[in-house]
Design a protein around this ligand. Structure first.
Ligand code: CTP
Length: 419
């Protein structure tokens, strides 16, 4: 399948990486897309509009208002309004490169030029490929703006790491054009996040879905804790997708850097113990439980309420005790109550992934389990396998965690329909 019949608005901002948008335009066209380039005024300082016009075969826009047609007027003429006209036919708004400035404008709802106004008027998915200096990318305001936009289901492509145009080394390079093309194809053919989706196949209306996400922190003393590398992205993606499908969503999350999806009941927790307490309380009314959290299996036997000092110590031994298995507890209360709650678990493994996941599925009496390897930590994509009660293994190829969330919920909706 190629991009024939798809209209893509490519927003190009003012950064040196604008030259890569030229190659990107060529790749999108070659794949069959109808490409309309919108350049910010600063982008025109880096690449001439004629380059994009020639490659895309369409006029290049920068200004909000174009003059009305020449007189004599017959009445009813209006100047072209590209932010409305092209927005209507857009299947995807792609911003590459996206500067800190445009990300800030999108996050703040500022519409003071064509591209920022278009962003507010499109109803298609939006994909943003940032590119900027590493210090700008690390700036908390920029990070916060990206987090906010992700909370609105805006898709991002991770920046690359390496030498930057300014001579600095670090995070901030625009992703390569072929990487961007494959994300575009993924989004258009398997859209995980239509920003204003009116509900998708496999609705969850009337159902309460409890999702856990993120790591837990097991405190050692007031400054230290034991934890793991879980980012919480998969759990948050499941919560957000379940909410879009009309479900009532409760998200219980350990500490993460993610913004909770709007509209969900959000319960932040720290330790495995906190998570256990909240999950057991909220699970009573849940129809579906998706246990995506990477709950710590061990916590310190004792907590020191004063900072443990290093003086006169060459080493230290920390005694740990096992934390209660939350899923097992939910199962026993489910059995007691003879409820038909649907319970989904995750298995995080470094080896024998499917074999170990099958064992967890059986021991924890789950409806199905998602097996994944530690390689996915922090990344936006993952390669998982879904294993059901009968032992069927469905291998899911590498794809964004948002898309994996949709696949998980399709399966949930399928099982609920049968029951
Ligand atoms: N889980 C849980 N309570 C715990 C630990 C894990 O409910 N104390 C849940 C996780 O949320 C996940 C599933 O159990 O859905 C499997 O977690 P995982 O860390 O892969 O396995 P464990 O059961 O902890 O076993 P091990 O760490 O030995 O692999």
């Amino acid at each position: 399948m190629n991009l024939k019949g798809k209209t893509i608005i490519l927003g190009v901002c003012g950064g040196i990486a604008a030259y890569k948008a030229v190659e990107l335009t060529r790749l999108l066209k070659k794949d069959g897309a109808d490409v309309w380039v919108v350049m910010t005024r600063n982008a025109r300082e880096f690449v001439a509009p004629l380059t994009f016009q020639t490659l895309s075969g369409n006029p290049v826009y920068s200004e909000m208002f174009l003059p009305p047609p020449a007189p004599p007027y017959k009445g009813g003429e209006r100047g072209d309004m590209p932010h409305i006209d092209i927005a209507k036919k857009c299947n995807l708004l792609l911003i590459a490169p996206a500067t800190a400035n445009i990300i800030g404008k999108f996050a703040g709802g500022i519409a003071d030029d064509l591209l920022s106004t278009l962003y507010l008027s499109v109803t298609s998915p939006v994909l943003i490929a940032p590119a900027m200096n590493n210090n700008m990318y690390a700036n908390p305001v920029v990070k916060d703006n990206i987090k906010r936009l992700k909370g609105f289901n805006i898709n991002f492509i991770d920046v690359g790491v390496g030498e930057l145009a300014c001579g600095d080394e670090g995070e901030g390079r625009l992703a390569e054009p072929d990487t961007i093309l494959s994300r575009v194809r993924e989004l258009l053919f398997n859209p995980p996040n239509p920003p204003f989706s009116k509900g998708v196949e496999g609705g969850l209306k009337g159902k309460t879905i409890l999702v856990t996400a993120g790591p837990t922190h097991e405190a050692i003393d007031p400054v230290r804790f034991i934890s793991n590398h879980s980012s919480g992205k998969t759990g948050y993606a499941v919560a957000s997708a379940a909410q879009r499908r009309g479900g009532k969503v409760i998200l219980i999350s350990g500490p993460t850097n993610l913004a909770p999806p709007s509209g969900v009941k959000f319960i932040p927790v720290k330790s495995a113990d906190d998570m256990r307490r909240e999950v057991l309380r909220e699970s009573e009314n849940a129809d579906v439980i998706v246990m995506a959290a990477a709950v710590s299996d061990f916590s310190p036997v004792s907590y020191s309420d004063k900072k443990i000092k290093k003086e006169e110590r060459e080493s230290i031994t920390l005694e740990l005790k096992k934390t209660p298995d939350i899923l097992e507890e939910i199962q026993s209360s489910k059995l007691k109550a003879q409820s038909s709650k649907l319970i989904v678990g995750f298995a995080l493994e470094t080896e024998d992934i499917v074999k170990n996941a099958k064992e967890k599925l059986k021991n924890k009496h789950l409806d199905f389990i998602i097996a994944n390897s530690v390689n996915s930590f922090g990344s936006d994509s993952n390669k998982v396998a879904i294993i059901d009660k009968k032992g069927n293994v469905e291998d899911i190829p590498l794809m964004p965690k948002d898309s994996i969330a949709e696949i998980i919920l399709d399966k949930v909706a399928q099982i609920l329909k049968k029951d």
